[in-house]
Design a binder for this molecule. Structure first.
Ligand SMILES: [Fe+2]
Length: 317
């Protein structure tokens, strides 16, 4: 049941799956009954099993594929097979309106590995040549087609540039020195442009796993920018686990909105296979009255993507 009486929209988000999706996840969704499921890609290493399983999810679903989904096949065939299976569920560079529950989802560039604007041969094989600005424009124009009455969620595999350049930031490079902002410029540009025209409720992504390399702790996974857009990294990897009591755990990031698309709550949740909430990491809870949201709620450098000038974003490339 919703934890807040104002809640009208409950989203479950599966971070980078990396082969960890099974029928227990479907059963769990039946217990939890979120209004929609968002999937941020890296389903596996180019296999078809999980894309086939996602066809069977019974609630509204939107997905974007990640860099691992090409399976190191430069012909793009493996990527294409999954795209065919996902069909309308895949929303790369595209608007997917989910009615019910009443949510506009726009996908960012499919198959990205972050790092500004790095496009694999597999992605070029499937989608043809395109520039950074063309990619940003595809995201922007898809968002402009969304019903302005619906909350807008941008769904990427990698997050945008502009969320910090430390290893522990939402898109920070942690596997190699120096640490740097490993977000995507085309998504950052698109967000900046969309925010001039309409609110963006949430930008959700994965790719940069929560556990930092070399045992350097946990990544920050949530930010709000000055325009009220929330940024959530959902990449808890592995998303299946077992706790010290031997209980199976399934991770979902969890977001709840009110009717105006205002964020009420964001968290990481670890459920038992029959729906028990075993662990929760609260990322954001809105105040109980309708006062404006505070601007920044978790540690991190000042200013989010929406506060940045696009020219400054490009200079980072
Ligand atoms: Fe990835």
């Amino acid at each position: 049941m919703p934890s807040d009486p104002r809640t009208v929209l409950r989203l479950a988000i599966a971070g980078d799956i990396h082969d960890q999706w099974n029928h227990q996840d479907h059963e769990l969704l039946r217990y939890l009954q979120p209004d929609a499921l968002l999937v941020v890609g890296d389903l596996s290493e180019g296999g078809q099993r999980i894309a086939a399983m996602l066809q069977q999810v019974e609630i509204p679903l939107a997905c974007v594929l990640g860099n691992h989904d090409s399976g190191k096949d430069p012909s793009g065939r493996r990527l294409e097979q999954q795209l065919e299976m996902l069909g309308e569920r895949h929303c790369g560079w595209r608007l997917r309106e989910l009615r019910p529950p009443g949510l506009a989802v726009v996908g960012a560039r499919p198959g990205t590995a972050g790092g500004g604007f790095r496009v694999s041969q597999a992605v070029r094989s499937v989608f043809g040549p395109f520039s950074l600005h063309e990619s940003a424009e595809r995201i922007r124009s898809a968002a402009m087609g969304a019903d302005p009455a619906l909350p807008l969620v941008l769904l990427g595999h990698s997050g945008p540039t502009g969320l910090g350049s430390e290893a522990a930031d939402l898109c920070g490079r942690d596997w190699k020195l120096p640490a740097r902002d490993w977000g995507d410029l085309d998504l950052a540009l698109a967000i900046h442009q969309i925010q001039q025209q309409r609110p963006v409720s949430l930008v959700v992504f994965g790719h940069m796993h929560h556990a930092l390399r070399r045992g350097r702790g946990e990544r920050r996974s949530f930010r709000l920018d000055g325009r009220g857009t929330a940024y959530l990294n959902a990449a808890c990897v592995p998303r299946h686990g077992v706790d010290e009591r031997g209980r199976a755990l399934h991770h979902f990031s969890w977001v709840e909105f009110d009717a105006a698309g205002r964020l009420l709550e964001a968290s990481h949740r670890w459920f038992g296979s029959t729906g028990e909430l075993h662990y929760e990491q609260k990322l954001w809870t809105a105040p109980p009255d309708p006062d404006p949201l505070p601007l920044v709620v978790s540690p991190g450098p000042p200013g989010g993507c929406g506060d940045r000038d696009p020219a400054a974003l490009l200079r980072q490339c």
